[in-house]
Write a protein that binds this ligand. Structure first.
Ligand SMILES: NC(=O)c1ccc[n+]([C@@H]2O[C@H](COP(=O)([O-])OP(=O)(O)OC[C@H]3O[C@@H](n4cnc5c(N)ncnc54)[C@H](OP(=O)(O)O)[C@@H]3O)[C@@H](O)[C@H]2O)c1
Length: 327
């Protein structure tokens, strides 16, 4: 590397940028300016960046598109090493291994070699897993946690139905619910059932072969990760006891769901995940104790983000997809 190339690579970084909303082809690998940490922020060298449906929804002009600015670097899930700390940061130092879902729903720029964000949005990475697995956790795990713990307040002995249990949020929700002492009923295609039972599902339902609401019995809480597709949200009401709760995660409470719930005396809630480093620390504890496992179906080099989006958009991913910045 020549002197000028070296100084250039210090000021710039690899990143995947989009200039306009559109299909996967708008994801363009290249170099951009490397961010600098403001007071109270840390600069983190990203080893791996998790991919979530909100990434491809936003890329297509939906999801959080209205809150973004072009050119945009997508990606909210990161795991990496603290490179530099801004003035005033006392709890992290260069070399610390951290993971986070910084800034959501504002842009975080996770599909890049570096991100900056307030230090307290980061938690220590679970020590027992690598950066790839850690990067798969934040958004999905915080969503499951905020639904089960913060919103539903699930307690031991309750019956919890998790839709799309084989996906990123779902497979973590199954394990968190089990850990809270709940009886867990999971919907997924049949080939995923044995794995979901290993993760703690007590009952598994193939939603393509039977109407789930005829097979679940009465549940206290539904974690709906499917939404209005096939009326999954409104049909969940029929599976829920009077006074029970349906949390519809993908796109809020539809009119159909609201009407069915009102008729049946069932409560409903939307949910939008929020950064929470305290919860990430608790989640790291569950991972390190062996109570929770994270499933990464496939990794892609950063520059192949478009291919990763194409795979994600098939809606068949088991667990998570993750981008890596190093070989
Ligand atoms: N509001 C929020 O803050 C928030 C946060 C996170 C996620 N979300 C939303 O929640 C949804 C799930 O997110 P995710 O990351 O878990 O997605 P994901 O990992 O892409 O989900 C893929 C899984 O969904 C399953 N699936 C697809 N259709 C299904 C159906 N009709 N019934 C049961 N399972 C079905 C598939 O399993 P099979 O092959 O077994 O069908 C697949 O394993 C997305 O719409 C996402 O945008 C919202």
């Amino acid at each position: 590397m020549s002197m000028s190339e070296e100084s250039m690579s210090e000021q710039t970084m690899r990143a995947v940028t989009i200039e306009e909303f559109g299909g996967p082809e708008v994801l363009t690998p290249g170099r951009v300016a490397r961010p600098e940490p403001l007071p109270t922020e840390v600069l983190v060298r990203v080893h791996a960046a998790g991919i979530n449906p909100v990434d491809w929804k936003t890329r297509a002009g939906q999801g959080m598109a209205g809150l973004q600015r072009m050119p945009l670097i997508l990606g909210w899930d990161v795991s990496g090493t603290v490179e530099e700390v801004g003035f005033g940061v006392t709890t992290l130092a260069p070399g610390d291994e951290v993971y986070a879902m910084p800034w959501f729903p504002r842009p975080a720029g996770g599909y890049a070699e570096f991100v900056t964000a307030p230090s307290r949005q980061f938690a220590r990475k679970p020590a027992s897993i690598g950066h790839v697995e850690a990067a798969a956790l934040p958004l999905a795990a915080l969503t499951a946690w905020q639904a089960l713990v913060d919103t539903a307040g699930v307690t031991s002995g309750q019956r919890v139905l998790v839709h799309a249990a084989a996906g990123g949020v779902g497979h973590l929700a199954v394990q968190f619910a089990k850990n809270l002492g709940a009886e867990v009923i999971a919907t997924a295609r049949e080939p995923r059932h044995a794995w979901l039972r290993e993760l703690g599902a007590d009952e598994t339902i193939d939603y393509t072969r039977q109407r789930f609401e005829e097979a679940t019995g009465e549940v206290d809480v539904v974690i709906d990760l499917v939404g209005p597709q096939d009326d999954t949200d409104a049909r969940s009401v029929a599976a829920t006891r009077r006074g029970g709760l349906v949390i519809s995660v993908p796109s809020g409470v539809s009119q159909n769901l609201a009407d069915a719930a009102a008729r049946a005396g069932v409560r409903t809630s939307p949910l939008l995940v929020e950064p929470d480093a305290t919860a990430l620390t608790a989640i790291a504890g569950l991972v390190d104790s062996g109570a929770v496992r994270v499933e990464v179906e496939r990794t892609f080099p950063l520059e192949e983000a478009a291919e990763a989006h194409r795979q994600g958009e098939t809606n068949r991913t088991r667990g998570k997809l993750v981008l890596t910045t190093t070989d």
